[in-house]
Design a protein around this ligand. Structure first.
Ligand code: ADP
Ligand code: MG
Length: 733
């Protein structure tokens, strides 16, 4: 059969779909509703459990580390290992794994069984303190960016006692996962995302405590807090597996725009389709059991796009939980015949997916240092930390930009629905007004929101927030936290948070020194503060922008202000190893020069590997699927032409169509040749040269091919087109 009817099978499959019930079916016809408080954390070895099961003295020691951020006393490891093994095996786990975050941005695991043979020919379970503290995966194939030549490829995984161990289950068994850092055997250089995150939090802790001391506020420690909103797409797996581009690259490399996209905004916050909410409920239930406090779910702007958001936590734990969220969404989607796509831009012409990284700083007593209160103008402590973050973004726009740079995010940033590649901060009217007052001699008042007049007495009177929301800023102050919105949906949040921690620590370090001096000179904290805040704000005020970040006018204005516009990954990445940035990371002991250079190399490599796979997949799809499909259709048209001649039937219009298709096929072939030629070239020896070749030569060739292929899709008979169309993938649920 020359025609391709397989697509229609898919539609039939969706129609017949009997999706699994959210755990209710396991409990009989009626099912038992999920009791969140009962299941929450049942698959994690959480604090209460540790306290209950550990000898008192051990618990006391461990608590100092987990709760009070004190260095771990390693003598406790044996006792913790016993508790961990008992708990895990009681729950049915047979294996354990050190769970870590290599620089690929994903998570990694290598499973070991608890089993050890005993003398009598049977077996027993074993797991020692040593097994807990340190693992040595044969991990020579993880990218190390030169930190670790393959011939001395040892890397260690090291237990992170502050992040709870958890159990991952499937139908045939369970595995205990122990969050760990991953470092090289040579000098303990960080090969992962967790180590620098922990180090940066210590830098932030140090300089925040120093600041709090100046304000006479007592705190044992502080930590940044993170709440990460995750956007994602869901499509039926039948469509997914029929698209080689989705399978290899996670995004559609060809595909004509559907007649209906997101123009009607009818999906955003719409009622969630049954099949989807069924999936969401099961995914959330799994996350609850893993102790991940997910809270919010809704439809996003693009059709088939959704969002999930948790309650914020200490950033190290929140980052682990973010990884678990991504893994769980993908895993559970498959059970529902769906595929969860986390790519930043799976569908051209529609909104992409991001991850909003909400960021603040909290003390051990739970005080949020970015809480402005009702009268921010008189809350000098708030204004101090707020200004420190403004300064951080201003001084290190380049680092924030690098922290979100990837081939995937390049499609999203600066497109018409995502923040631009220019960093700026949205403060809202109220705070902008206070900043202006401070610059003019001192803040005397805070603009208040007043009441929301709804014009009807049946609705309750509500206080109006002092600031509206702004959706177009890459970095917005949203009430009592900052929201970094340019983070890519598929990336690990750890490096962006590492950067935020480090640059805020650096701002505070500089401001603290200035404040100490000014306090002495002026004779009081308050007068000293006025000077420091005014001076700092004068330096950094150009980073504040409360207007429309998507507009072209802003690009011009930003350029006038001298803000950086690092438009894509290729221009952003090199700044990672600028002297000023190396100095920053070294001074705060977050990453040394070699560690930074390795990251630069790995991310450059990832960039070109991603593009290379995309380019080769594009060429392959066009050559082996699209052109053959179009040729078959052309053949049919030509046959009609011939029969027209023999029967005397006039077939001018179809012969015109044949000519059009033939011409487009000709153009496509030329573009394909060019793409193949560029694919065959390397561009140079170093990762950077290769990446440059891909960016400058391959990417444009790929775009050209797509443009013509998409035109062809609109000409060829639907039943000859071998790929599921946008309208099917996005609207069949
Ligand atoms: P918005 O709708 O403005 O994004 P939400 O209240 O829905 O605000 O919060 C979004 C995310 O921000 C949630 O994940 C939430 O937990 C997180 N968040 C709230 N407060 C903080 C904080 N102090 N630190 C870090 N994240 C926070
Ligand atoms: Mg938000």
């Amino acid at each position: 059969m020359s025609k391709d009817y397989r697509r229609y099978d898919t539609l039939a499959a969706v129609k017949e779909l009997d999706y699994p019930a959210n755990g209710l079916a396991e409990n009989g016809e009626k099912g038992i509703p999920v009791n969140i408080t009962e299941i929450f954390g049942e698959n994690t070895l959480h604090l209460d459990l540790l306290k209950e099961r550990l000898p008192k003295s051990v618990w006391k020691e461990l608590k100092k580390t987990i709760k009070d951020n004190e260095p771990i006393n390693i003598d406790v490891a044996d006792a913790v290992a016993v508790v961990m093994k008992d708990w895990a095996t009681e729950k049915g786990a047979t294996h354990y794994t050190h769970w870590f975050q290599p620089l690929t941005g994903q998570t990694a695991e290598k499973h070991d069984s608890f089993i050890t043979p005993n003398q009598g020919g049977g077996a027993m379970t074993q797991f020692s303190g040593k097994d807990l503290i340190q693992g040595e995966p044969d991990a020579s194939s993880f990218p190390s960016g030169g930190l670790r030549p393959t011939f001395e490829a040892r890397g260690y995984t090291i237990w992170d006692p502050t992040s709870p161990a958890f159990i991952v289950e499937n139908k045939n068994g369970k595995v205990l996962c122990i969050p760990t850092a991953f470092a090289s055997w040579k000098d303990g250089e960080a090969l992962d995302h967790k180590t620098p995150l922990l180090r940066s939090n210590e830098a932030l802790n140090k300089h925040t405590l120093e600041a709090l001391d100046l304000f006479d506020v007592k705190a044992k420690w502080v930590s940044s807090t993170g709440g990460f909103e995750q956007e994602y797409f869901l499509i039926d797996q039948e469509f997914f597996y029929r698209r080689p581009d989705l399978v290899t690259s996670g995004r559609t490399l060809v595909g004509a725009k559907p007649p209906k996209g997101q123009e009607l905004d009818d999906h955003y916050f719409g009622s969630i389709p049954d099949r989807i909410i069924n999936f969401m409920m099961e995914a959330e239930k799994e996350l609850y059991r893993l102790g991940v406090p997910v809270k919010t779910r809704h439809n996003e702007v693009a059709p088939s796009q959704f969002e999930i958001a948790p309650i914020f936590e200490k950033s190290n734990i929140a980052a682990d939980h973010q990884q678990l969220t991504m893994i769980t969404l993908k895993r559970i989607a498959r059970k529902h015949g769906l595929v969860c796509m986390l790519h930043e831009k799976p569908f051209a012409g529609l909104n992409g997916s991001g991850k909003h990284a909400n960021f603040s700083i909290a003390t051990d007593r739970g005080q949020n240092l970015l809480e402005p209160g009702d009268n921010p103008h008189s809350n000098m402590q708030f204004l101090y930390f707020f200004t420190a973050v403004l300064k951080a973004v201003h001084d290190y726009q380049d680092l924030l930009r690098v922290s979100i740079a990837s081939a995937g995010n390049d499609h999203r940033l600066g497109a018409n629905e995502a923040p631009p590649a220019i960093l700026s901060v949205f403060t809202g009217d109220q705070l902008e007004d206070i900043v202006n007052q401070m610059l003019n001699g001192g803040a005397k008042s805070s603009k208040q929101g007043g009441l929301l007049g709804l014009g009807t007495s049946v609705l309750p009177e509500l206080p109006r927030h002092a600031a509206d929301r702004n959706r177009t800023s890459p970095f917005a102050f949203t009430g009592n936290k900052f929201e970094f919105r340019a983070v890519g949906s598929n990336q690990s949040v750890s490096f962006p948070v590492t950067v935020l921690n480090t640059i805020t620590a650096e701002s505070l370090r500089q401001m603290n020194a200035a404040l100490k001096k000014a306090k002495e000179e002026k004779g009081s904290l308050e007068e000293g503060l006025k000077t420091v805040l005014k001076d700092t704000l004068e330096d950094v005020r150009k980073i504040i922008f409360n207007g429309d970040g998507y507009s072209d006018a802003w690009k011009k204005e930003a350029e006038k202000r001298g803000l950086l516009n690092l438009e894509n990954t290729m221009v952003a990445l090199p700044t990672l190893v600028d002297e000023k940035n190396i100095k920053l990371f070294e001074e705060h002991k977050v990453l040394n020069k070699a560690e930074l250079e390795s990251r630069h190399e790995i991310w450059t490599e990832q960039y070109f590997i991603t593009l290379n796979i995309e380019a080769e997949t594009t060429a392959n799809i066009v050559k082996t699927m699209l052109i053959p499909g179009a040729v078959r259709y052309l053949n049919e048209l030509l046959a009609l032409n011939d029969r027209g001649k023999s029967t005397g039937l006039k077939v001018d219009s179809t012969s015109g169509l044949a000519t059009e298709i033939n011409d487009t096929l000709g153009e496509l072939t030329v573009a394909l040749k060019e793409l193949e030629k560029q694919n065959a070239e390397l561009g140079g020896e170093s990762p950077f040269e290769k990446a440059k070749h891909l960016h400058n030569n391959v990417l444009p060739a790929m775009n050209k091919v797509r443009e013509i292929a998409d035109q062809l899709e609109d000409m060829v008979a639907d039943d000859y087109w071998p790929l599921p169309a946008y309208r099917e993938m996005l609207f069949v649920k």
